[in-house]
Design a protein around this ligand. Structure first.
Ligand code: HEC
Length: 307
């Protein structure tokens, strides 16, 4: 329970000992699923409110309560509906739209479910879709770091959400199957594109725009990371990736020469940019990929960027 004395004790620790860097790592833990519901700078889920400016709009006591007791104050526009349908199905989610004909609710995975008004047997409103007790798996120090991190997000400094066009939404392929080993770059490009059986998973950049080095395994492992861009004006497009050590790049299925500024020529429309990364040959961070417009070149944006 979070009574006034406990809240005061923890908030004192947030100021004295809270570390936003460690707090961001807590926020990114897949077991807590914060990122599967909340986005920062377009990176993350769409079920809960976007947290890009949370450090400027919320006080620390509110942040602490939001994590420990999510249903105490449910943010406006995030009312949870509990629906039982005439066929006995139970659906819980955030009300998106309601009309005399139908109710649209967003489930915890982010899918919008349309329920016809005639199919609703019972409906009640209440609580937050954010699970209770997420703090129970955290030590006090981790909770304190997490609150400190959120209190800095969006403020000037290392946790401001910049408008630099950096890739924030990724898919990662960890521990690629044996079938992709030993292929040359052209075959590999085709296999990665065509093989629907590969277990790509969602991954997101940190607020600063980079992917940390230690989240996908240990050297000498190989991981693949891919992101999507939309080319608005066709032409040459540049990607600044810091260092090309241990990196191979594909635009769609075509190999591209990796360089600090990697360039390729792309047609208008959607394209995927894929990186093969040798963890053992990368120093920190694992990857940060910024779009650069080249003189006389094309124009593009990451699909994660807000329009
Ligand atoms: C299943 C989805 C889900 C998960 C997982 C989740 N949240 Fe939430 N969160 C929500 C929803 C929905 C709301 C809005 C309703 C409310 O105020 O409780 C919310 C509200 C919040 C708020 C208040 C935001 C505001 O603008 O008022 C904060 C802060 C927050 N969550 C942080 C976290 C953190 C940190 C984690 C991980 C420990 C987390 N959430 C995990 C869905 C989720």
């Amino acid at each position: 329970m979070l009574d006034a004395a406990e809240s005061k004790r923890l908030l004192g620790l947030v100021s004295k000992e809270g570390d936003p860097t460690r707090g961001e790592a807590v926020f990114r833990r897949s077991a807590l699923a914060c990122l599967s519901c909340h986005a920062i700078g377009g990176a993350g889920g769409i079920v809960g409110p976007d947290l890009s400016g949370i450090g400027t709009s919320a006080q620390r006591d509110y942040l602490l309560e939001s994590i420990v007791m999510p249903s105490k104050i449910v943010r406006e526009g995030y009312n949870t509906a509990n629906v039982v349908t005439t066929s006995g199905k139970v659906i819980r989610g955030i009300v998106q739209r309601e009309s005399p004909k139908e109710l649209v609710i967003r489930d915890p995975k982010g899918a919008d479910i349309v329920v016809a008004a005639d199919d609703i047997e019972e409906k009640s409103l209440g609580g937050s879709l954010m699970p209770d007790g997420l703090d129970r798996s955290l030590t006090d120090a981790e909770l304190v770091d997490l609150v400190r991190f959120l209190s800095e997000v969006g403020r000037p400094g290392p946790y401001s959400v910049s408008h630099v066009p950096v890739a924030r939404r990724w898919e990662v392929l960890i521990d690629p199957p044996a079938t992709v080993r030993g292929l040359d770059a052209h075959e590999l490009g085709r296999t990665l594109r065509e093989n629907a059986g590969l277990a790509w998973k969602a991954a997101f950049s940190r607020v600063a725009g980079d992917i940390p080095h230690d989240e996908f395994g240990k050297p000498p492992e190989i991981v693949f990371l891919r992101t999507q861009i939309e080319v608005i004006t066709p032409g040459r497009i540049g990607f600044d990736i810091g260092s090309s050590d241990g990196v191979q790049v594909w635009a769609d299925d075509a190999p591209v020469a990796a360089a600090e500024r990697t360039t390729c020529t792309l047609s208008a429309g959607l394209h995927s940019i894929t990186f093969r990364i040798d963890l053992g040959r990368r120093s920190k961070p694992l990857l940060r990929c910024e779009l650069v417009e080249l003189p006389g070149g094309g124009r593009a944006r990451f699909v994660s960027q807000s329009p």
